[in-house]
Design a protein around this ligand. Structure first.
Ligand SMILES: CC(C)(COP(=O)(O)OP(=O)(O)OC[C@H]1O[C@@H](n2cnc3c(N)ncnc32)[C@H](O)[C@@H]1OP(=O)(O)O)[C@@H](O)C(=O)NCCC(=O)NCCS
Length: 174
């Protein structure tokens, strides 16, 4: 099912979208478009993601190009009257397409799907460095409230995006 956005179209990702999704992250980290190759590990992970019923990768398409993405995971709960919780991750728009309503359209689609699935709430973590670069404004403008403290414990090295230069397209965004 595709949803019309003010700019482009938001849809769920398909098996063949892996390279384009990684290219969005790569362009975000590099600041310009780059051609990338996918590894077998990424392909295997993507197959697992596509096969996971409660996980949805969203993409925004402008013409034939994918320019934005986000991933949502629906977590079933026996609390909250058994209404599931949605966790939102990896929200990125390519630098060339920012401030055109792409991220807003993606998150609005996530919210619509979460409502349709009877979810209780949508949660996300956003690094404190995003307080001034626009990401926090994106979420608050859509009704999210910064009412909770976020906690993390890295079990492996912190992603390089959290350090000075994040050039590896495999790193995270939050
Ligand atoms: C944050 C990000 C996803 C926003 O994507 P986008 O498509 O440019 O956002 P939108 O155009 O939909 O913006 C919607 C609203 O968010 C806020 N916003 C977005 N970018 C902003 C910026 N650079 N400065 C101030 N406000 C901003 C504004 O309120 C904006 O509404 P407006 O344009 O009518 O003022 C994008 O900048 C990005 O990919 N950043 C790098 C990765 C990242 O930080 N992801 C979030 C991790 S939690």
């Amino acid at each position: 099912m595709m949803t019309a956005a003010s700019q482009g179209v938001v849809r769920t990702a398909r098996h063949e979208d892996l390279r384009a999704v990684l290219a969005i992250h790569a362009e975000h980290n590099a600041g310009h478009p780059i051609s990338i190759l996918t590894s077998e590990r990424q392909a295997e992970t993507w197959r697992r993601m596509m096969a996971t019923h409660d996980l949805t990768v969203y993409v925004a398409e402008v013409g034939v190009e994918l320019v934005g993405t986000a991933t949502a995971l629906v977590m079933p709960n026996v609390t909250y009257d058994c209404a599931p919780t949605v966790f939102l991750e990896a929200v990125v728009v390519t630098p060339r397409h920012r401030r055109q309503g792409i991220a807003r359209a993606i998150v609005q689609r996530v919210l619509a799907d979460a409502n349709a699935a009877g979810c209780n709430r949508v949660q996300l973590l956003s690094h404190k460095r995003h307080a001034t670069d626009g990401a926090h404004r994106l979420y608050t403008s859509l009704g999210f409230e910064a009412e909770a403290e976020g906690f993390r414990l890295y079990l492996q090295a912190a992603p390089r995006s959290h350090l000075a230069s994040g050039r590896d397209h495999a790193v995270g965004t939050t």
